[in-house]
Design a protein around this ligand. Sequence first.
Ligand code: KIV
Ligand code: ZN
Length: 524
Amino acid sequence: MTDKTQKDRVWIFDTTLRDGEQSPGATMTHAEKLEIAELLDDMGVDIIEAGFPIASEGDFAAVSEIAERSRNAVICGLARAQIGDIDRCWDAVRHAAKPRIHTFIGTSPLHRAIPNLTMDEMAERIHQTVTHARNLCEDVQWSPMDATRTEWDYLARVVEIAIKAGASTINIPDTVGYTAPVESADLIRRLIAEVPGAHDVIFATHCHNDLGMATANSLAAVEGGARQIECTINGLGERAGNTALEEVVMALKVRGDIMPFYTDIDTRKIMHISRRVSTVSGFPVQFNKAIVGKNAFAHESGIHQDGMLKNAETFEIMRPEDVGLSGTSLPLGKHSGRAALRAKLGELGYEVGDNQLKDVFVRFKELADRKKEVYDDDIVALVSATTDSGADRLQIVSLKVVCGTGGPAEATLEMEIDGRDAIATASGDGPVDATFKAVRALHPNDARLQLYQVNAVTEGTDAQATVSVRLEEDGVIATGQSANTDTVVASAMAYVSALNRLLVRRDKMGPGADSREISWKQLN
Ligand code: KIV
Ligand code: ZN
């Protein structure tokens, strides 16, 4: 790193809980949002966009509680360019030690057409809404949505209006992932050079990944003068997602020689938060994802393994420890006690209470009886499974499956549904099909299976399987994940977990409820 001065500091704005949660099916529960916000704060994120308070009662409650509990980070809420949205947002974030209102409107021709506003009318709306936000809150961020497809003259005009009205952060979103690095840098550079007042505010970059260039575009924007990067853990977000926090932060750390910019993120917390976000959002991390993928530090070919043994730097540009991977396998076995398990959990970044430790320990003993070696990833999968809500309406009590050659598979499933025991037997085309049919016999539903994915957590035939299930019912999407050495049991648990999430979402969207889909579609 060369010459570390304050002007080179880059603010990390994490929007996992807002833009990330907008990924179809990535809905998190209230408790999960609080947990992720706490982890983000612990790792040194500067600004946490905690949600979109007008979108639903649930979003409002989550943003309010995250604000109340906030410690170091600025807590930000999103609001459309409407007075009611901004008031609601302020009601939620005002509890924070450092609150921020983030208000936005689509400024490109395509987006201006939706509310059917002329350029002048929109300019006036921006002036009014940013002024209103600034009267409520000292820290206001403004975004011209689809900035990268907005005419230059108009973009410069509305940015100037927002600055004059009191916005202290101007975010330039590449909403549809359309820009490219050189253009991204030039746009920010030109705005800073030509818009009156631009030197007095922070410019932010918010890039989507539709062409796979989000991280490169964000870093280029920083070269152009942006000093806030908006990103999400694991790159979660609408469509192909957003800039991934772990990628920009590690790129700045590893290539400080050519990019003299820095962040205050504690990179050793990256792996833990990545795994938690994957579990609670139900979005598995792709194996070859930079930094946090299962293969990011794995070496397969003989030449690579040989090089690694001689000098790890031959094929690794960062150390696994830098992102929180211990790099060692866990030598815990069936004789290991509670203290060893607690110590290992601590090493992996999990602080568990006594009750959760009891649960994890029972599951750990069951696993150790079935599996010779219990690796770090097995422990992560176990602890993730035990942090799922105990208040689920559907719970599996037992499952027996008969399958093999020469006939359909048959599953006998016992479940507790709203506190009452029920049992059903169903046959199907293979053990998973029979099991899912048994679940449907006990809890009839029209949910369509959109995704069923099985991955081995570690190696060997005794490895745990992680199963991800995504369901869709009447436009509502929910995902579930589970891990077990028995793939059929993991499948049943993942399916039931997704059904529980669908039930929660349906409850939230009951009569009179303000669903996220409805308010997000009525953007302007
Ligand atoms: O992608 C986008 O434009 C957004 C805005 C709301 C900032 O997420
Ligand atoms: Zn976005």
